[in-house]
Design a protein around this ligand. Structure first.
Ligand code: ZN
Ligand code: ZN
Length: 289
């Protein structure tokens, strides 16, 4: 078994890195990749602190050396692509010496607001920085109210505009940064629960398939993220099974990620590997040098 999508107490997860390593070994994992949430340029409770980023990378590297021969530990980062605020992954890659990146979108500004956001961040003193989150639709986290309120304040309840911004942001991330793995590429559905739109509506599918096509074109790996299922927040993988079937017809490489936030999440793959086999996937990606 492997897992490349792993958080810890360095960001919004529970437990030391070593506890994840020990758990993974006890379950017979061959590879464990760490992918803490990248620092973000405003106050947050979920991201690695900018001043702790190097220490996070150093600790992963130290464990990699210590456990060599027992388990293959990989240094990665789940990087938020936020237009106007955080557009280039290269700074993190070079500063940390990352072995892989997961590119993810959780934070969506209104495309019409990006220039003012850029200015806010360029001139930001502490107080101005605190304002930045009010310009961003946060689509993740445990609370449906956060999703609904963000959609209301940032997009005036226009779900299509919000969803379009999400997918366009993801596309820009792929084109600009070509992340190793694209994380949970339809997570925008998590708090929707069929309220604002249905998954099979043509406008939604067109946007999703545009992203899928880019993943193929840029040679990224598409993550099959299982967290929604074992957290009881969603009834399918991200992306959904029907989308994975479509990806198989295009020959897009996939990787199963549990998005672990505590050691016991590491093996919550929720039948994803069997599902992939059933629909015809015959290979999984592993990283060599
Ligand atoms: Zn994520
Ligand atoms: Zn994650």
């Amino acid at each position: 078994m492997t897992n490349y999508h792993t958080h810890s107490r360095w960001c919004d997860g529970k437990g030391e890195l070593r506890e994840y390593v020990e758990y993974a070994i006890s379950k017979g994992f061959s590879v464990l990749g760490f992918s803490g949430h990248s620092p973000v340029p405003f106050p947050s409770t979920f991201a690695i602190k900018d001043e702790e980023y190097t220490a996070y990378c150093d600790e992963v590297r130290a464990l990699k050396a210590e456990y060599a021969g027992r388990i293959d530990i990989r240094l990665g980062l789940e990087i938020d692509y936020i237009p106007g605020l955080q557009e280039d992954f290269s700074t993190f890659v070079e500063k940390g010496g990352l072995e892989y990146t997961i590119g993810s979108v959780h934070l969506i500004p209104n495309p019409n607001d990006i220039e003012s956001l850029r200015q806010l961040s360029a001139t930001a003193n502490g107080d101005e920085r605190n304002q930045i989150p009010y310009h961003i639709w946060f689509i993740d986290g445990p609370r449906q109210e956060t999703y609904d309120n963000g959609l209301h304040h940032i997009f005036g309840d226009d779900i299509r505009a919000g969803v379009r911004a999400y997918f366009h942001q993801q596309n820009a991330m792929i084109e600009r940064n070509r992340p190793t793995i694209v994380g949970h590429c339809d997570k925008i559905v998590m708090h929707n629960h069929n309220r604002y739109f249905q998954y099979d509506e043509p406008w939604f599918r067109d946007l999703l398939y545009e992203t899928i096509t880019l993943i193929k074109e840029y040679g990224c790996i598409c993550e099959i993220n299982t967290r929604g299922i074992y957290k009881g927040r969603h009834t399918d993988f991200y992306p959904a099974k029907e989308t994975i079937k479509y990806m198989n017809t295009l020959g897009i490489p996939v990787i199963v990620g549990t998005d672990a936030h505590q050691p016991s999440d590491l093996d919550r793959e929720e039948g994803a590997n069997l599902f992939l086999k059933e629909i015809g996937y015959r290979n999984i990606i592993i990283f060599l040098q």
